[in-house]
Every structure is written in C-alpha cells, then in structure tokens.
Write a protein that binds this ligand. Structure first.
Ligand code: NDP
Length: 452
C-alpha cells in the first residue's frame, strides 16, 4: 500500500519536532501539523518564557544585593510591559527557528489541527486527508483546573505569560513545579503572593529536606505560603479579581488567581478512540518502551504519554522513536536517573532517590550540609544553601543528590553524570574541590548525619 507520507506528526512541540527532523534526516517523507505555535509548551508557554521571567525577577534581588557590594543606584522599578514586549519578540524568534529548522530538514508543515481517522489516516481541520505509514502523537498536555473552579478570569500558566499588567496581589493554588516557580517569580517582580497547598509540604515527590528548605526560603522572601490549606470557593469580583474562601475558613480578596494544579494529556478530539488507540485512565496515550501504542502504526512521545513530563525526556523519546522506526537503530529513551530542577529562588536540583525512597530499599548513610553562600552572606542575606547526598551503606553508591542553592539547576546536571556513571561516595571524596564555590561542598562532606 502506498502512503502520502512515511510519518505524520501531530504536535509541533519539543518531542514532535525532534522526531520529525530526525526521521526526515533518515530519509523519511515527513509531515507535521501544529494548531497553535511551533515550539509547543516548552518554547511558547513553558520552560523558555518561564526561565526568562526567572531572570527578570532575579534582577530585583540582585540589585538589592549590589548595594551591599558598593553599587549606588536609585529605587529600581520593574516595567512588566517593557519586559513582555521583549519576551514576545524572543518567543517569535524562537518559533521562527523551530519552523525553519523543521522545513530545512524537509518536513512539510501544516498550521492547523489534525486528528486521526484510522490507523493510517489523518484529517486536517480544512478537511483534507493524508495517509501515513506511521503516525506520531506528540500533542503534549494542558493545564488542568479542579472541577468547579474553571471560572472566567482565573488563570493557568498559559494566561500568565499574556498578562497586560502585573496584578498587585495573586493567589496561587498548588505546590508543584509551576506553583512554586511562579510564586517566586511573581514575588520577585513585586506582586504580593499567597500560595495554598493542600498537603503538608510543597514539592511532593522531592526529598523532604529539599522540600522544607525551599518552603522556608520562599516564606523568608515574603511569600505567604499556606500548607494544609485548600480552596473551598471563589467568588468573582470582576476584572480577574476574586474573593477566596479556604479550608481554614478565611475569606480574602486577590487581584488574580492562578491554578497550577497539574497538567492533563492533550488527547481529547484527536480521534484516538476511533483509531483504536488505548488510553489510560487519565486520558494519556498508552505506549510501550518503544513509544508504540497498541495500534502498530501509531506511536506517541512526550507529555501526552504522561511518563515523565519534562522537555528533555520528550526530545529523547522523539529521537529514539525516529532512530528506531526510520534509522534502523533500535533505541529507547532511558527514564532512569532523570535529573530535574525547580526554578524557585534559590533553585532546587535533584537526581536519584529521595532519602525516604532509598531507606525503603536498603541501609543508607546521609550526608547533608546547610550554609549561607558567600555571595549572599556578604550582603547580609539569611538565605541558606542545602547539599545532600544519599549513599548506599554497602555498595557506597550515591543514590541521590539534592541541592538547594543559586545555580542548583546547573550543578545537578553535572552531579547527574556522576550518578549515571555509578559514582560512589569515595569517588566524590576523591574529587578535588573547586574553591571557592558552593558546589565544592558536594565533595567535602566527611561525616554522615548521625542515625537516631
Ligand atoms: P505538579 O504535578 O508538579 O503539581 C501539581 C500540584 O497541584 C501539586 O502540588 C498537587 O498537589 C496540586 N493539585 C493537583 N490537583 C489539585 C486539586 N484538585 N486541588 C488542589 N491542588 C491540587 O504539576 P505542575 O502543574 O506544577 O507542573 C506539571 C508538570 O510540568 C510537572 O510535573 C513537571 O514535570 C513539569 N514542569 C517542569 C518544570 C521544570 O522542569 N522546572 C517546570 C514546570 C513544570 P499534590 O501534591 O497533593 O498532588
């Protein structure tokens, strides 16, 4: 049977574009449909604009610190509109690069929605139909708002990047990556931030010491972080303002409300059920380790599969898929020891097991240090850094590394190489310190924390 193309990719985000380009490089005839903007969540309304906002927010604190280092300047003022204009221009530039790179690789792009009509058939929004030997679902995810709260005027991360003006105050619901990052960004930009988290401590899934350390740092910089607190009702007051009543019975008014309560796979209306593609309970596309669905011609990568919701993971999955199916090189994305960073202030970086996970597996030693980094201490900042290694007592392997510090995202990338290579505590100890840095503490922790 002849097909219009070898691969049709639905979704022009990190995973989809990587798969399309690599497949085209292997000689496949590739087409790709994107209904919004090329680059997907990461580039257009996720990692990239968020990180630029982290930089923007950080400059406020940096200027304060600069005074302690002898710099004299007037009262700083943050101009959101000026920043946003540059942000929009930068995102358009990156979107252009994504588009040009895909086209240069020979990928035919369709700027419209696509859906499956059968295991080899795709229909575009304009009604045209394209047959494909293989179809890749790379539609990512979307912010999910708890039932009953999806009111006009409430925001998710999608809307936050598009604000015309910063609100004087904001209520952020959630305690995960997005909630904590935006709490620090908004606070850094001068917005009064209140954050409700329904559980006992933010950043569930991370090491407990890291969670407590980040929470304390967030509270210390003025974020009104309320754990064990959830939203009961929201009363619209107009113009994006709301009165919020919480589970403690308090009622307070906010100029904006942001839900950062997780992301759901984007599978609705894609024709997946019609094509016989199996979904999991939360709507994610079910795939095997090769990113193949139960329908042999249909594959899926990235957030839509709800494995690990991180851009580099989607990219690896897309690359491995293209190599396997079109490059004659079977490859799998390795989901073990995936490091991640939360861009709070200070940042948190983590790779490997939490202390709790490691203890459940075997006897461990814990090495931990907390200190005021030199740069901040000079400026009388009380914000502390945390370094922690979780070590297997018998094999001596470092099972987990957890860092809270300025630049923790950069540090954890390198620690991840060591852990991936199976480094032992003695390998860390044998490594000469780089002085004076914060990261040197990782190779200078001599005594384990005494066991109770
Ligand atoms: P997360 O899963 O990280 O956090 C969701 C938060 O919302 C949790 O604290 C969760 O609480 C809470 N929550 C969920 N449902 C409800 C509810 N009905 N009512 C109240 N609270 C609720 O999702 P995010 O939206 O923050 O981010 C999505 C994913 O995107 C992340 O998992 C991450 O993989 C990725 N991401 C990565 C970033 C990075 O690498 N720096 C940055 C941003 C996102 P509970 O813990 O109790 O379930």
């Amino acid at each position: 049977m002849s097909f219009d193309c070898d691969l049709f990719v639905i979704g022009g985000g990190s995973g989809g574009v990587r798969a399309a380009r690599i497949a085209a490089g292997h000689g496949a005839r590739v087409q790709l449909a994107e209904e919004y903007r090329m680059g997907g969540t990461c580039v257009i309304r996720g990692c990239v604009p968020k990180k630029l906002m982290v930089f923007a927010a950080g400059h406020g604190a940096a200027m304060e610190e600069a005074r302690a280092y002898g710099w004299e300047m007037g009262a700083p003022h943050f101009d959101w509109r000026a920043f946003r204009a540059r942000l929009d221009a930068e995102l358009s530039r990156l979107e252009g690069i994504y588009t040009r790179n895909a086209e240069a690789a020979g990928v035919i792009l369709h700027n419209q929605r696509a859906r499956l009509v059968d295991p080899h058939g795709v229909q575009l929004a304009d009604g045209s139909e394209i047959s494909a030997r293989h179809v890749l679902i790379a539609t990512g995810g979307r912010p999910s708002v708890p039932e009953g709260f999806d009111l006009p005027g409430v925001m998710t991360s999608n809307e936050l990047f598009l604000l015309d003006d910063l609100p004087p105050s904001i209520l952020i619901i959630g305690g995960g990556f997005i909630a904590c990052e935006f709490a620090c960004i908004m606070q850094g930009m001068g917005v009064a931030v209140t954050q409700f988290y329904r559980g006992a401590q933010i950043l569930r899934g991370f090491d407990d010491d890291l969670r407590h350390h980040v929470a304390a740092a967030m509270a210390a910089q003025g974020i009104d972080l309320q754990v064990d607190t959830d939203l009961v009702s929201l009363e619209p007051l107009g113009g994006g303002r709301f009165a919020a009543t919480d589970t403690r019975g308090a009622r307070r008014e906010f100029d904006a409300v942001l839900f950062a309560t997780g992301r759901a796979p984007n599978t609705a209306g894609l024709g997946l059920e019609k094509a016989g593609v199996a979904l999991s309970e939360n709507g994610a596309v079910r795939v095997d380790e090769w990113s193949q669905t139960n329908v042999p011609s249909v594959f899926a990568v990235g957030d839509v599969t709800d494995r690990i919701q991180l851009t580099p993971v989607a990219i690896r999955e897309g690359h491995a898929f293209a190599d396997t199916v079109f490059g004659g090189r079977r490859g799998r994305a390795d989901h073990e020891l995936v490091a991640s960073a939360v861009f709070t202030r200070p940042e948190a970086g983590s790779v490997g097991m939490t202390e709790e996970e490691a203890r459940a597996q075997e006897a461990v030693e814990v090495y931990r240090t907390s200190f005021r980094p030199m740069q901040g201490a000079f400026a009388d900042s009380d914000i502390k850094a945390l370094m922690k290694l979780v070590v297997a007592r018998d094999s001596r392997r470092v099972l987990g590394c957890h860092i809270v510090a300025p630049g923790a995202g950069e540090m954890i990338q390198l620690a991840a190489v060591a852990l991936k290579m199976g480094a032992t505590k003695e390998d860390f100890d044998a490594t000469m310190a780089v002085h004076p840095t914060m990261a040197e503490e990782l190779v200078l922790m001599r005594q384990p924390v005494p066991e109770n």
